[in-house]
Design a protein around this ligand. Sequence first.
Ligand SMILES: [Zn+2]
Ligand SMILES: [Zn+2]
Length: 183
Amino acid sequence: MRLFQVDVPAPAGLGLDMIAVPEGALLDLDLRLEVVSEGVYASGTVTAPLAGECGRCLEAIDTEVVVDVQELFVFPDSTTAETTDEEELPRLKDDTIDLEEVVRTAIVLALPPNPLCQPDCAGLCPDCGGRWDDLPDDHSHDLADPRWAALQALTSPDAPTGPPPTAVADSTGDQRPDRLKEN
Ligand SMILES: [Zn+2]
Ligand SMILES: [Zn+2]
């Protein structure tokens, strides 16, 4: 039996859309290798840093995941190799084992498809886009107020879901609307 502890840089694309191991970040492999009759059995844990975005409020998530891995790498000339295919059980190749696929599968399966910055994240205010966790307890948009109602009447026919004011200023700055009018 052999124990080893090694740090390896993460390959690209290790994770999901919303949360993943940054490429090149160090994976901490803490493994034991045992030679058994049909191959080499690898087991242990992998600790990986994670970066992502909260699925409710888009706040950056900076955390880590620890996963268990175990896999039998069979000797190419063993009975097990003759009776299984390579997708079921990986082979030992030139006396080396390729842990990347095993590690990748274990990490991806452990990631939440919809990660949260904290378990009870309250998300965003639908009216102003502020994070509820950053807003005061009494935050509200009193749309029944006649002054707000008047503003809504002015803005809603043109741009009910229009871009914020800064984006409008940028697009008028490049003069495209004028050229369109000349044509
Ligand atoms: Zn959140
Ligand atoms: Zn709000």
